[in-house]
Write a protein that binds this ligand. Structure first.
Ligand code: G
Ligand code: MN
Length: 466
């Protein structure tokens, strides 16, 4: 009996031991299998990259890995090339013909870039080129220009339809303040958008154009970082004048950097860097809150004053999925309603096709913020583009007004815009008004508002009794 029990106990022990062993072994097997699959996937991606067969997902995965393993010696450049008006072209020529045109483009770029560069068709209408070749800024510009020339040459044999493609290109190099993959991709998109803004077959290299070398750029970036901590950023205000009522109806809050040795710097000197690093997002929300604090105080002292405050939103901020949430949260903290705040969005971002940008603008409008189309210029001044948008102000840039003063035809565009504003119920603001001759011209043309040194320079709020 005792013996029998022992034997059963022994049996159970062996069974448990064997089970654990089998489980352990299968665990190890699964682990190695998984690792093998991962390795295979990496190898697969690398081989596809060499032949340029990688799609958007594969390329993104590859780039993410580059970021994960990046160190201070890392350098690479990505060229992002987009075909203009690809959709209608694809529709009229057919997917197959259009696809083979893209393959021809890909092939041409292969021949142009240094050996080891990777050329992928990213989306049906775009190509990315990845290269680790160490190139100077001048070399990057040269190769970009070549790329556009090569890309624009007609595609197709004599017997078939010839396609002539217009391209735009955004270029971005990895550097010390390329924070992460997402920021880098946004920078590429922004560079592409900037190139489109300057016309067809243009490129933009996205880097801080202020400084010469990367090390200098990095030093400057460190300085900006500590400036934020040292409270050296501040807001200046500039009046927006109603020309009929002859009084300020709004103030635009403008970011300034109170630099220890260089004095008060305007964003032109540092915006590009904080945009690239992504710091613009929290500098932007910080500035928004500062503005609300000033507004709240002003309104409590002058409850009758009906001025509103206005602030620029950069295209980069508009790509931030948390933008609207952030602004609404800050608004809730202060006794200011959305309708007392105007957000200024540069015209090219208003027409952006990036879904996140569109969504943000729509949600800002729905939240009740006033919207201004900023820096409205002649390059894109198609009234038609305004048709599908909701906004309260259109701010004409300085050259628009200057040119319309001496050009009869452009004067006509202004008249059409004024007519349209009455129908659509928005106000036109002329920016950069510096003299009374311009003021008279604006009044004659029935432009509603003006902003510029003539009415008042950007100054600390107390200078305007705010
Ligand atoms: O459109 P935007 O928000 O970028 O314009 C604001 C900038 O324009 C400010 O930085 C300000 O210094 C500048 N500015 C304001 N008024 C004038 C002006 O009358 N003439 C010129 N040249 N620049 C101005
Ligand atoms: Mn503005």
């Amino acid at each position: 009996m005792l013996l029998g029990l022992c034997a059963t106990g022994l049996n159970t022990g062996v069974t448990i031991f064997l089970t654990i062993l089998i489980l352990l072994l299968s665990g190890v097997a699964i682990f190695f299998l998984y690792r093998g699959v991962r390795k295979d996937r990496s190898r697969y991606i690398n081989s596809k990259l060499q032949t340029g067969e990688l799609d958007k997902e594969g390329f993104d995965e590859f780039l993410k890995k580059r970021f994960a393993s990046a160190n201070k010696n890392t350098h690479f450049t990505v060229y992002y090339i987009e075909v203009n008006d690809a959709k209608p072209m694809q529709e009229s020529f057919g997917e197959k013909l259009f696809g083979s045109a893209m393959a021809t483009l890909q092939d041409r770029f292969y021949k142009l870039f240094p050996r080891g560069s990777r050329v992928c068709i990213y989306e049906y209408d775009s190509i990315v080129v990845y290269t680790e070749e160490d190139m100077t800024k001048k070399e990057i510009s040269d190769i970009s220009a070549f790329c556009l020339v090569e890309g624009h040459k007609p595609i197709g044999s004599a017997t078939r339809v010839k396609l002539e493609l217009d391209l735009n290109m955004g270029v971005c190099s990895y550097n010390a303040f390329s924070a992460d993959f997402d920021t880098f991709k946004q920078n590429l998109e922004l560079a592409l958008a900037t190139s489109k803004r300057s016309g067809l077959n243009k490129f933009t290299v996205y880097s801080a154009d202020l400084m010469g070398s990367d090390t200098e750029e990095y030093k400057y970036y460190q300085e900006i970082k500590s400036a934020i901590e040292a409270n050296e950023f501040t807001l200046y205000y500039q009046p927006i004048f109603d020309l009929q009522q002859n009084r300020a109806i709004a103030y635009e809050a403008l970011l300034r950097w109170n630099h220890k040795t260089l004095g008060v710097l305007s964003p032109a000197k540092f915006l590009s860097i904080i945009e690239q690093s992504g710091d613009i997002n929290w500098v932007g929300t910080w500035a928004f809150e500062q503005m609300l604090v000033t507004y709240e105080r002003h309104k409590s002292e002058h409850p009758q004053d009906d001025v509103i405050f206005s602030m620029n939103l950069s295209p980069k901020q508009l790509m931030n999925p948390k933008l609207v949430e952030d602004l609404r949260r800050i608004l809730k903290k202060h006794r200011v309603s959305a309708g007392e705040v105007c957000l200024e969005i540069v015209e090219f971002a208003m027409f952006d096709k990036v879904q996140q940008v569109k969504d943000n603008i729509q949600q800002l409008t729905q939240s009740g913020f006033k919207i201004a189309v900023d820096d409205f210029g002649l390059e894109m001044s198609s009234l038609k583009m305004l048709e599908n948008l909701q906004f309260n102000f259109v701010k004409l840039n300085k050259s628009f007004i200057e040119q319309s003063q001496d050009d009869f035809l452009i004067g006509g565009v202004v008249d059409a815009l004024v007519g349209y504003s009455e129908k659509k119920n928005f106000q036109i603001v002329a920016s950069g008004v510096e003299d009374d001759v311009t003021l008279e011209f604006l009044k004659e043309r029935k432009i509603h508002c003006g902003q510029g040194y003539f009415f008042g320079k950007p100054q600390p709020p107390e200078e305007y009794g705010l």
